[in-house]
Design a binder for this molecule. Structure first.
Ligand code: NAD
Length: 476
């Protein structure tokens, strides 16, 4: 059994408490133990990061590019092994997990190139004999706090740009996925990144997360809206840079003129794959009258054939729910939907499998309204609700009538409606004839309203959060 230690100032150190990493497909399988850091160790990690900054932030372009490239290469070459670890601790299927490791590798490769593309501007001053240059400095020590549902890709899309642009990092992964974080930290520690530039601390949000917030220069967070709100408040009190990516209640509109098979595929994939545990999952299926009955029955038929089982078993399409707390939340929302009067077309059942795991089959509600709690709050499980709409205009109104604004999709063959939707959707990501989940790694990612706070992540847009603009006047 592996002990996942903390990486502080280039040394692997044990913390104060050991916490078991349990496989959600088989709760008898203890994968390892996470060694939770103390508040003092978090302060040490922040101090080590600050002390290491001068070794990393100026004149190290080649070193930074090479290190990120080395991290990418190792992730690629070990994607099967790391994918298996990820599937074992998080519960997504082997194929989904290997794909996620590949995504992390691609992100590091992308940013190894971005290091070399850092540029500034020179402008003539309005005063004679003076040049003005505009350059970007690193922000300093970045706190990285991440959720469990993409335990290697989300850390990658925060850590890669942080390092690329010359920052130091203190990284706290989710309590539920310490193994993938530890494996990534191990790779980074051997990549040529100087000791102290990258630090890993395990622990709870309340203790370790909070201690990170007290000392870093910027915080990048992905997780629930409840935690995100607390983090944004703390960060703004300290007047440090903050970026928070949070939940969604993503709509998929299906119009009468949609390609039927594409629409069914988008709904099944977007709502239920990865156990519905994606911030971009479609949880509200808004369907117009003419296609409604045929569509819901086709989706229900597909759900009846989905194989929910151990994440590493061949043939599994949907893995387990991540833990008992999330399972309780899913079951509670299913009860709420029933009590609110939504019709249960497909009822999620707790499944018995050869291994004891948190197996829940998909739930599909129909005849729901957008005002129901199941359509207002993020459930984060294999549960979706269908809402009838009279026409495109009503469907768009329902899609936008939500506190969230992460991803929104439409299935239609009408160019007019597709274009109108792209222009009038109040989401950060829009999808035409595609599932609301499933994104490229080299373009900006983020939402609107309660789903996101601060600058966009990923692609060239990551520069905005991880650097500070400097305007220099030179009298020559
Ligand atoms: P969570 O908010 O419970 O935890 C996220 C991280 O924050 C964890 O590392 C946790 O330990 C830490 N944390 C908790 N309380 C803290 C505190 N007071 N101070 C500092 N850190 C604290 O979220 P989760 O259950 O791990 O993840 C699921 C959520 O993440 C869902 O809401 C999902 O929509 C969201 N998510 C969003 C995106 C996105 O990019 N928009 C992507 C993936 C997941």
């Amino acid at each position: 059994m592996t002990q996942y230690k903390n990486l502080i100032a280039g040394e692997w150190v044990a913390g104060t408490t050991e916490v078991k990493n349990i496989n959600p497909s088989d709760t008898d399988d203890v994968i390892g133990t996470a060694s939770y850091a103390s508040v003092k160790q978090v302060a040490d990690a922040i101090a080590a990061a600050r002390a290491a900054l001068p070794k990393w932030n100026v004149g190290t372009t080649q070193l930074r590019s090479d290190a990120l490239s080395a991290i990418s290469n190792e992730l690629f070459s070990r994607r099967e092994e790391l994918g298996e670890l990820l599937a074992r601790e998080e519960g997504k299927t082997r194929a989904e997990a290997i794909g996620e490791v590949g995504r992390a590798a691609n992100i590091f490769r992308f940013f190894s190139g971005e290091v070399l593309r850092m540029r500034g501007e020179t402008l003539a001053s309005v005063r004679p004999g003076i040049d003005v240059t505009i350059t970007r400095d690193p922000v300093g020590v970045i706190g990285v706090i991440t959720p469990w549902n993409f335990p290697i890709a989300i850390p990658a899309w925060k850590i890669a740009p942080a390092l690329a642009f010359g920052n130091a990092v203190v990284f706290k992964p989710s309590e539920l996925t310490p193994g993938s974080a530890w494996a990534l930290a191990d790779i980074i520690s051997r990549s040529g990144v100087p000791a102290g530039v990258f630090n890993l601390v395990h622990g709870t949000g309340a203790l370790v997360g909070d201690a990170i917030l007290s000392g870093v220069d910027a915080i990048t967070f992905t997780g629930s809206i409840k935690t995100g709100r607390q983090i944004v408040q703390r960060a703004t009190e300290r007047m440090i840079h903050v970026q928070a990516e949070m939940g969604g209640k993503n709509p998929l509109i299906v119009l009468d003129d949609a390609d039927f098979d594409i629409a069914v595929n988008c709904a099944v994939d977007g709502s239920f794959f990865q156990t519905g545990q994606r911030c971009t999952a479609s949880s509200r299926l808004i369907v117009t009258e003419g296609i409604h009955d045929r569509f819901v029955h086709a989706v229900a038929e597909r759900l009846g054939k989905i194989m929910t089982d151990h994440a590493l078993k061949a043939g599994t399409q949907v893995g387990p729910v991540v833990d008992q707390r999330q399972l309780d939340q899913d079951l509670r929302y299913i009860d709420i939907g029933v009590s609110e009067g939504a019709k249960v077309l497909v009822k999620g059942e707790l499944l018995k499998r050869p291994t004891p795991g948190h197996f829940l089959s998909p739930t599909l509600f129909t005849e729901s309204t957008n005002q129901m709690q199941i359509n207002r709050e993020e459930i984060f499980g294999p549960v979706a609700a269908v809402i009838r709409a009279k026409n495109y205009e009503e469907a768009l109104h329902i899609a936008n009538d939500t506190p969230f604004g992460l991803s929104a999709g439409i299935c239609t063959t009408s160019q007019k409606h597709a274009r109108h939707f792209q222009q009038h959707s109040e989401a950060g990501l829009t999808m035409l004839n595609l599932a609301t989940a499933g994104l490229d790694y080299h373009v900006p990612f983020g939402g609107r309203k309660a789903s996101s706070y601060g600058p966009r992540e990923q692609g060239t847009y990551a520069l905005e959060f991880y650097t500070i603009v400097k305007t220099s006047y030179l009298s020559v």
